[in-house]
Design a protein around this ligand. Sequence first.
Ligand SMILES: *[C@@H]1O[C@H](CO)[C@@H](O)[C@H](O)[C@H]1NC(C)=O
Ligand SMILES: *[C@@H]1O[C@H](CO)[C@@H](O)[C@H](O)[C@H]1NC(C)=O
Ligand SMILES: *[C@@H]1O[C@H](CO)[C@@H](O)[C@H](O)[C@H]1NC(C)=O
Ligand SMILES: *[C@@H]1O[C@H](CO)[C@@H](O)[C@H](O)[C@H]1NC(C)=O
Ligand SMILES: *[C@@H]1O[C@H](CO)[C@@H](O)[C@H](O)[C@H]1NC(C)=O
Ligand SMILES: *[C@@H]1O[C@H](CO)[C@@H](O)[C@H](O)[C@H]1NC(C)=O
Ligand SMILES: *[C@@H]1O[C@H](CO)[C@@H](O)[C@H](O)[C@H]1NC(C)=O
Length: 334
Amino acid sequence: MLLYQYSVLAAFASSVTASLNITILQPDVPFTPSPLPPSHADSDGEDIIVAFQNLGRTTIWKSIANITYEGDTWEPEGIVRLGADRYIVSANQYTESTVPYNATINGTDRTAGAGFAHLIVFSGDGTRIADATISQRGDIEYHNGGLDYDGENLWGAIAQYRPNSSAYVYKADPETLRPKTVVRYDDHLGGVVHDTTTHKITALNWGSRNASTFRLNKQPTQPPKVVRNPSFYIDYQDCKFLGHSALYDSKPIMLCGGIASYAFGSKVIYLGGIALVDVETMVPLAEVPITGQTALGYPLTANPIDASVEDGKLRLYLLPEQGNATLYVIEAQV
Ligand SMILES: *[C@@H]1O[C@H](CO)[C@@H](O)[C@H](O)[C@H]1NC(C)=O
Ligand SMILES: *[C@@H]1O[C@H](CO)[C@@H](O)[C@H](O)[C@H]1NC(C)=O
Ligand SMILES: *[C@@H]1O[C@H](CO)[C@@H](O)[C@H](O)[C@H]1NC(C)=O
Ligand SMILES: *[C@@H]1O[C@H](CO)[C@@H](O)[C@H](O)[C@H]1NC(C)=O
Ligand SMILES: *[C@@H]1O[C@H](CO)[C@@H](O)[C@H](O)[C@H]1NC(C)=O
Ligand SMILES: *[C@@H]1O[C@H](CO)[C@@H](O)[C@H](O)[C@H]1NC(C)=O
Ligand SMILES: *[C@@H]1O[C@H](CO)[C@@H](O)[C@H](O)[C@H]1NC(C)=O
């Protein structure tokens, strides 16, 4: 395990050693397919990038399936699709709300609140297989952000649920869901992706306004490279590393989904969208809005997103609702 001690906070010590708090609902069912499927970067990443090129504002998205997820999913934040029959979801259970300070105190704008970070495993039909609580009661960091998968490990970040705070990046074997802390950092982090070619992890801060890139193959002495996100149309919530793209001069590319709210007079609307983003510079290389909403009124790209390509068509896997969540599978008709 690599421990990048950019900012060590003593309060984290217990979360590294404590035993895993897990509820297994399907005792004889493995959490993952065997062997593990390859990452997007090692399989369909370039296909996703190529299929994205056909999208536009008028693309018709066909509803392929709505899969009801069993049990409480709290607020889902990230999703990793491990083939057609397994999904792993990062989610947050809030037990005490944050309260605005109405002022800036210690660089942030609200109380810490309280809650638990989860990793939940579902089968293709929405059956709940296992639910791991991966933060400890009383931890100030309990917000589990977007999730990525590199062919071996899940990658996520558990942060304080407020801007300009603190976080740690973890990796977890999907076969056990046991997290190992990799990086500790003095900012809110989520939306982690892992580039296995360059051994770098990139994580987004509150509202995805900055991206911080950590080198995993260097001694933990230098701070990460911080890049400002030049795009403000939406705030990315969940990203998937797609690999170094032939279409984009071998740049490292991630698929991101997200939303932003806009006030038009007294009316507030949510704009959702997806983007192909250069991981190194945060420059979006292609982006399209997704205007669909669920029956409960959530924008489709509110939180988790994964993708596949079926017969040349881009398929998205979205889990926007809180509580009793439904996986919305939509496909671009182009
Ligand atoms: C396990 O996590 C749940 C929240 O999902 C919490 O209520 C419970 O207290 C935790 N158990 C232990 C032993 O920490
Ligand atoms: C999924 O739900 C949406 C409404 O939220 C509906 O418009 C759509 O037809 C449903 N799709 C399927 C395949 O049932
Ligand atoms: C900030 O203002 C809101 C609305 O007036 C109020 O509900 C909240 O309690 C205030 N926060 C603090 C920490 O006083
Ligand atoms: C601000 O930080 C100081 C020093 O760490 C701490 O004593 C104080 O409780 C913090 N204030 C709030 C409102 O969290
Ligand atoms: C973050 O917090 C630090 C320390 O309190 C403060 O100096 C800085 O201005 C804050 N930055 C933002 C973006 O709020
Ligand atoms: C982004 O990073 C820069 C450089 O570290 C910093 O000055 C700025 O406050 C950060 N912005 C946000 C919104 O975190
Ligand atoms: C989920 O659905 C059940 C059954 O309809 C309901 O009792 C429960 O309150 C719902 N949970 C949430 C968080 O919406």
